[in-house]
Ligand binder design. Sequence first.
Ligand SMILES: CC(C)=CCC/C(C)=C/CC/C(C)=C/CC/C(C)=C/COP(=O)(O)OP(=O)(O)O
Ligand SMILES: O=P(O)(O)OC[C@@H](O)CO
Ligand SMILES: [Mg+2]
Length: 247
Amino acid sequence: MQVEAHLQKIIEQDGKVHLTLIDPASQTPERAAEIALAAVEGGTDAILIGGSTGASGTILDETVLKIKENVNVPTILFPGSSAGLSIYADAVFFMSLLNSRDIGYVITNQVLGAPLVYKSQIEPISMAYLVVEPGGTVGWVGDAKLIPRKKPEIAAVYALAGKYLGMHYTYLEAGSGADTPVNPEMIGAVKHVLGENKLIVGGGIRDAKTAKLCASAGADMIVTGTIVEEVKDVTAKVAEIVSAIKC
Ligand SMILES: CC(C)=CCC/C(C)=C/CC/C(C)=C/CC/C(C)=C/COP(=O)(O)OP(=O)(O)O
Ligand SMILES: O=P(O)(O)OC[C@@H](O)CO
Ligand SMILES: [Mg+2]
């Protein structure tokens, strides 16, 4: 399955894509697979697998494999480092944290991870990863020079640089569990310069209203992680968000 082409088709058909993020460090592989199935029943389009800390090795491989047993939607790695790769996944967000001060997150982890992607069937999807205030764990781990919430023009020039470097996707990240997601002004400014290139927004999106606000402002794909880990009825929560963003 060509994952990027598949997501493109969904955008053409439904307008928007919903992605569910599962952190392998947060639960057992069995529970991760249950959550993935419930999210797919709620209408999610693909499962992102990753975390800033502890998402590697056997627990990562087993989580990917169990999820694949349960669902047919693509599994996409969202790696915190080169250790966040698993040969069992369908694709990887092959991302560079463009606003990191640490060259490790700009290019070294990608260099260390490239041979495994080359030898496997994992589809790399090139992505500019931009961490915005408050930034959360990923901002700290990734040593990000956080983009100020109220400076959409800074996010826009980073996104433009990513696009000129050939990156297909741009991800505006407020940090997992953020109190406030990226604001609509910043989303709009970034989408304006990206044009047809795809924009993903995540971090702190917990309800239909917020998801709709982000999607209407210009996000092509909405990511939800924490809320899916917290609620009892995953299917209902995902369905609420999916119906708010899709046309
Ligand atoms: C492409 C390859 C091989 C590596 C990329 C490496 C990069 C650029 C990483 C960026 C920095 C980073 C730590 C990203 C993590 C992204 C992620 C999975 C965030 C969601 O995880 P959280 O939910 O914040 O994780 P925790 O729950 O562990 O805090
Ligand atoms: O956990 P939440 O707040 O949904 O954030 C998802 C994702 O953007 C984190 O990398
Ligand atoms: Mg998390």
